[in-house]
Each structure stands twice: as C-alpha cells, then as structure tokens.
Design a protein. Structure first.
Length: 242
C-alpha cells in the first residue's frame, strides 16, 4: 500500500498530513527516506516517523451511519456545524465513502480501506446509489422525461431506475424513488431541479449492497457478513485484471 495510507491506517496522521510528513523527509522506510507515493509492506517493512517506529496498520474497519439532516461531511467545520465524524467511532484512518450534502439523510459508509473506498466511489465501476425523495411538482411527467436521460452541467444522467407514487397527505406531494450510478456532486437534487421538482426531503436508502434498513437516524452499525463479502467482490472486480 502507499506510504501515506499506511501511516493513516496506523493512526499516525490523516492521509493529507501523512503526505506532508513524507514530503518533509520525516519518514524512513528500512532506513531510507521515503518518497511521496512509495509502496510499502507495513507488515514486513520498518517504517519510522521522526525516528519512532510505526506499528502495522490495524485490520480494515467499516461503519454504516444513518446520517441525519443538518450534519456536514467533513472532519471539522469553521462554522461550528456538527460533522459526521462526531457520530461515528473514533477509528484511525476512517474516511467516508461518497459524501452526502448537508441536508441529505441516509446511508453513509465509512472505512479505513482507501482502495475499497476508491472503487466504490469511482463512476467507472457503476456502483448504484438508491434514493427516496419527497417532492412536489409534476412527478409523473418528470419520471417519463428522466427515463430518456437528462442533461446536466456535467453530462447526461440516465437513472438506472426511477418511479413516483403520490403520498396520501396530498397537496401534490410525491415519493420519488431513483437509482443512479454516477455519484456526481448533488446529482439527485440537480436532476430534480432540472425536472421541475422541488425536493422537500432526500434520503439515500442504499449504497451498493449496503441498505439503510431500520437503522435509527444518527446511529451506526457494522457491515453484515453478506454486505462485506459483496463489497470485497466489487473491489476485486474493480482492480486491474479483476
């Protein structure tokens, strides 16, 4: 694995800070000053930071959070808003997979496995994200239009699946279910705006094989064995030659 990832997994520093340590010449591997992006074997290589030996990284960890609305996906916020890292266990090297915007709720994955996070997030791997939105507007017409593709500023969106059902509360409110695979910034909200729909609430109910289920808002859980196996299969398929 890359030296910065090894340092982050070992709890030495965040990946960005680890890169700075390497660039500053403060990291040695087997007695030689490390170089940025260097590949290391933490279990067998001797890694020193400022002369102190770094232990081998802990085993990969995964956390599933039901993110509430009004929580930001960052480690710290200059405006004092609550962050997702205040809601998950304090695990060295933990990072989120596929951020959610400030108001969007639902499944947010965290892992210490940077390679797996990359595969799950990269558009070329086509990992599905499923959402349920409460919207107002002409949802039936919007669904028909969306199935033919919708042009956004960063390309055309072709939902893998989209449907709408009227809510019993009436007043032109609909439950819009949509599955996408691109993972662009605020993609569902921008898509709805282009379709003339106003989003009252947006919840991500699935990311790849991981579903929200009955996990309470603001609470976390570990992956199930089946979810973990399916993610490992996705990661293996996403590697060169996979």
């Amino acid at each position: 694995m890359r030296i910065q990832r090894a340092l982050a997994r070992a709890g030495v520093a965040s990946r960005r800070k680890a890169e700075e340590l390497v660039a500053a010449g403060r990291v040695r591997v087997n007695g030689v000053v490390a170089t940025p992006g260097q590949v290391v074997e933490p279990e067998s290589d001797t890694i020193l930071v400022d002369g102190k030996r770094v232990s081998a990284p802990a085993a990969e960890r995964w956390v599933v959070l039901n993110k509430p609305s009004g929580v930001i996906c960052t480690r710290s916020d200059t405006r004092g808003r609550r962050t997702v890292f205040e809601l998950v266990p304090d695990i060295p090297g933990l990072t989120y997979v596929g951020r959610l915007d400030y108001l969007t709720e639902g499944v947010l994955l965290f892992t210490t496995d940077g390679e797996a996070a990359h595969v799950l997030m990269h558009p070329r791997h086509g990992v599905e994200r499923a959402y349920v939105a409460t919207v107002t507007g002409d949802a039936r017409s919007a669904v028909r239009r969306a199935r033919d593709g919708v042009e956004l500023s960063d390309g055309v969106v072709f939902p893998r699946d989209i449907s709408a059902e009227p809510l019993a509360s009436g007043r032109g409110r609909w439950e819009l279910s949509i599955t996408i695979a691109e993972g662009r910034n605020r993609e569902v909200r921008r898509l709805c705006k282009e379709l003339g729909l106003f989003v009252e609430r947006l919840v991500r109910v699935r990311y790849g094989p991981v579903t929200l289920g009955r996990l309470p808002t603001g609470e976390t859980r570990a992956l199930t064995r089946n979810e973990h196996d399916l993610i490992r299969a996705l990661v293996s398929a996403g590697k060169p030659g996979g």
